[in-house]
Design a protein around this ligand. Structure first.
Ligand code: SAH
Length: 212
């Protein structure tokens, strides 16, 4: 659990990097990152940096989580899909802003760990599922919002197709290890509108399920 000073520094870091939306800041203040960071790096939990988690993956930097969540413009009526559960931190924040959240990861082990934290925190509107998220989650589509937290070269077609008209998807695109861009895609009546937001670096969106 964070102490008052850590809390203040955490919120200060978010604000100074451009996370200004009051609902997003509130959701992040209520979601203690300490539940999602385990082991060696625990003492860095409240610093604004990405940290390693199980299965060779990372929990994103809090300010990036904040900026992505802000760009997603989630409303309390929204059904949201997150691709890349990882630690579950981003999904927990989304669950405080949306009506319903589905989050998928290719590693069953990460999905199990995240599910048990959601239960502990009594977040009942978020469900984690083991699946290859490049195909989306057809049985729950369409979605009002889609957030992808692993980088693909281009926005995956099935995700574009599962976005409701008027819906927004935020995702990093670009080659693995090269410079990636965070983009926002809005589905219009006809076609899609793309906006480039900022350079980012994410782990790659991989095909198939993981071994753990
Ligand atoms: N949002 C996470 C961080 C995500 S790290 C958090 O808040 O902690 C990126 C995650 O995307 C990893 O856990 C990785 O396993 C997952 N991933 C990569 N390719 C995927 C795919 N095709 N389908 C589902 N998950 C994928």
């Amino acid at each position: 659990m964070k102490n008052a000073e850590q809390q203040m520094q955490f919120l200060f870091a978010l604000r100074s990097k451009g996370v200004t939306d009051a609902r997003v800041l509130d959701a992040m203040e209520k979601t203690d990152r300490g539940y999602f960071v385990k082991g060696l790096f625990e003492d860095r939990t409240y610093e604004d940096m990405p940290l390693p988690i199980a299965c060779g993956q990372t929990i994103s930097q809090p300010s990036v989580v904040g900026l992505m969540t802000q760009a997603l413009k989630v409303t309390p009526r929204d059904k949201v899909l997150e691709v890349g559960t990882g630690s579950g931190y981003q999904a927990a924040i989304l669950s405080r802003l949306a009506r319903r959240v589905y989050t998928v990861d290719r590693f069953a082990r990460l999905v199990r760990a995240a599910t048990s934290i959601f239960r502990k925190l009594d977040l009942t509107n978020v469900t984690a599922i083991t699946a290859d998220g490049s195909y989306g989650l057809p049985e729950q589509a369409p979605f009002d919002r889609i957030l992808v937290t692993a980088a693909a070269e281009d926005p995956p077609g099935p995700l574009l197709a599962q976005l409701r008209i008027g819906g927004i998807m935020v995702l990093p695109v670009g080659q693995d290890q090269a410079v990636q861009s965070l983009i926002s895609v809005t589905r219009l009546e006809k076609g899609y509108e793309y906006t480039e937001l900022r350079p980012v670096r994410f782990v790659p969106l991989l095909e198939g399920l993981g071994k753990e």
